[in-house]
Ligand binder design. Structure first.
Ligand code: C2O
Ligand code: CU
Ligand code: CU
Length: 471
């Protein structure tokens, strides 16, 4: 398909994997934030990237002296960061060393359906999958995770997830923190529940069916409520809500201000000053925290609702750059260009969750789209209209669709808030809400749309759309 050869993986052994890609290890006496490794590009051609990813089972000490059974990519929990450039040709060899089938989905990436890693691209134990594609979208913080039918929640919960960065000329040239691991820090925020013998507790009860699994232990990059030493006045954090179901409402102690500079699919037009940031499962936000007003020695907590997520220890405050007022120009997709309108209504609760009254069926294509069509989608959540179950069934659903990035036209008839005026692939819809979005569908194939509360997705709150007539 693409006229370039596949670099040799013959030398890949466990030793190489460990030294090159194992996630930063937190199993010591200090509880500092682990910084995931950047995955090594094995092709020297600057226009071509080749990566090796292995889904494996392992153990990890979340609690000193106690081993928890985990999954990870090239390591024992989570995965390395895949970093690519816009325009680059990318080939990824994915090996499944688990005892179960899995898939690897590139969440937010605009690629043809067969490369998307949804439930149709199963990788059986011992097998490999080798997707290849050309990056054709602006700088953004995306992520990857399994998408196995009915098992996505469990496989993510055990540790399978990683970040996927796209860089481009804009991200190179902007005067924002961009030194990976120094002042440009990934934060994968997850909540987990453990059994009394320190194993992941993924036994789904009736309440979990309603809300999705909510854990009582917060992990950031795989460490429980870690801390990070701050040595610069302005630090960029790329936050992924990698939780199965928990919606966070992040804020900083001492009313520290922060600025959101990017949403799911790339930079916002200008930084948005925030005092709190709501992020539902699957969503990402890049923020810059201004530590210049903090005192040396201060400890600033990142919090959500009543709990601490992690803390920042201010050691010094060098490099107090001025944030650019303009980040990027986002061309609005003209509404007149839209040829089709569709509606998607989240309904039901618990095991009865559905979209437009239907539960997922892999044999059924729910929507047919023309290749390159521009469409307007209206997403509603009518769960609040259902009596009987009280508040528990009354949850917000994060809507996500594969293979494209949306622009939000309206949230409840209004212009969306400033931090939702950029590219979005996942957006939260509370009961009674209506979110109207527009997108172009530039890649052919079969794609999923679903609720990103993974227990809802696995229970059937998912549908599929085919773009173009072929496969
Ligand atoms: Cu984050 Cu269908 O996925
Ligand atoms: Cu996705
Ligand atoms: Cu849901």
């Amino acid at each position: 398909l693409l006229g370039w050869g596949f670099y040799m993986f013959a030398e890949m052994g466990d030793r190489v994997l460990e030294t090159e890609t194992e996630i930063g290890n937190n199993e010591g006496d200090t509880n500092s934030l682990p910084i995931p490794k950047l995955l090594k590009d094995r092709n020297p051609d600057p226009d071509v990237a080749e990566f090796y990813l292995e889904a494996q089972h392992a153990t990890k000490e979340f609690f000193t002296g106690e081993k928890t059974n985990t999954y990870g990519y090239n390591g024992n929990y989570l995965g390395p960061i895949i970093q690519v450039r816009n325009g680059e040709k990318v080939k990824i060899k994915v090996k499944n060393e688990l005892d179960d089938p899995t898939t690897v989905h590139w969440h937010g990436l605009e690629v043809p359906g067969e490369m998307d890693g949804g439930p149709h691209q199963e990788i059986y134990p011992g097998q490999t999958w080798e997707p290849n594609f050309t990056i054709n979208q602006p700088a953004a913080t995306l992520w990857y995770h399994p998408h196995l039918l009915h098992k996505t929640g469990e496989q993510v919960f055990k540790g399978l997830a990683g970040l996927f960065y796209i860089e481009d000329e804009v991200s190179d040239d902007l005067n924002i923190p961009n030194e990976y691991g120094e002042n440009d820090i990934p934060l994968v925020v997850q909540d987990r529940r453990f059994t009394s013998d320190n194993q992941f507790d993924y036994n789904i009860g009736m309440r979990d069916m309603m809300t999705g699994i909510l854990g009582d232990t917060i992990l950031v990059n795989g460490a429980i409520q870690p801390s990070l030493e701050i040595s610069e006045a302005k630090v960029r954090f790329r936050i992924l809500n990698g939780s199965n179901a928990r919606i966070y409402n992040f804020y900083l102690s001492d009313d520290m201000p922060f600025y959101q500079i990017a949403s799911d699919g790339g930079f916002l037009e200008s930084p948005v000053k925030l005092s709190n940031l709501e992020l539902s499962p699957g969503e990402r936000a890049e923020v810059i925290v201004d530590f210049s007003k903090a005192d040396i020695g201060d400890q600033i907590e990142l919090r959500s609702d009543d709990f601490e997520v992690m803390r920042f220890k201010v050691k010094s405050k060098n490099n107090n750059i001025d944030l650019p007022q303009e980040l990027v120009k986002i061309n609005k997709i003209p509404e007149e260009q839209a040829t089709v309108k569709r509606s998607f209504d989240f309904q039901g609760m618990g095991p009865m969750v559905s979209i437009n009254g239907k539960q997922f069926n892999m044999e059924r294509i729910d929507e047919h789209l023309d290749l390159n069509a521009t469409e307007i989608w209206e997403v509603t959540n009518s769960a609040s209209g259902m009596g009987g179950m009280g508040r528990m069934g009354n949850v917000g659903h994060p809507f996500h669709a594969h293979g494209t990035q949306f622009q939000i036209l309206e949230r409840n008839g209004q212009t969306p808030p400033p931090n939702e005026r950029g590219w979005k692939d996942t957006f939260l819809v509370y009961p009674g809400e209506k979110v109207k979005v527009i997108a172009q569908f530039k890649y052919p194939g079969m794609f999923m749309y679903h609720c990103h509360i993974l227990e809802h997705e696995d229970a059937g709150m998912m549908g599929q759309f085919q773009v173009g007539s072929g496969k």
